[in-house]
Design a protein. Structure first.
Length: 132
């Protein structure tokens, strides 16, 4: 019941009823990424390209799409990652979603949100005042 109400009244928790119906009518499942997001391809757009969309698992956050799927979603490649053997380079870091606004967000030294003390002011800065 909760899932049904979320689909009716919210767009940020997975798919809405409209997206579910559109996917049922026009979508062809292309694949799924390691985070559980499901990717679809459907009818042609007015530009002559197949329409592509993703149904997020949980909260709809665009930065949760891994690099390989991002390239496919934005028509940089026509081959989805599920149909190719992609091996990450040694220098590539694993994909991480944007953590801004969460407890795990980056907080540099001196930030109000960071723990600890702010560094002392060195005195080499003179504030601007009008008329000086």
């Amino acid at each position: 019941m909760k899932q049904l109400l979320l689909q009716i009244f919210t767009w940020w928790n997975g798919q809405t009823m409209g997206t579910r119906f559109f996917t049922w009518r026009h979508g062809k499942r292309v694949g799924e990424d390691e985070m559980g997001n499901i990717y679809y391809e459907g009818t042609m757009t007015s530009f002559g390209l197949p329409r592509r969309w993703v149904v997020y698992k949980g909260y709809a956050e665009a930065s949760a799409i891994p690099p390989g799927w991002h390239g496919w979603m934005h028509y940089r490649t026509d081959t989805p990652p599920t149909k190719e053997t992609y091996v990450a380079r040694a220098w590539e870091k694993p994909h991480q979603a944007n953590l801004t606004g969460t407890a795990a967000a980056y907080r540099p030294q001196g930030s109000i949100a960071a723990k600890g003390e702010r560094p002392a002011v060195t005195g080499d800065y003179d504030a601007w005042t009008p008329g000086s």
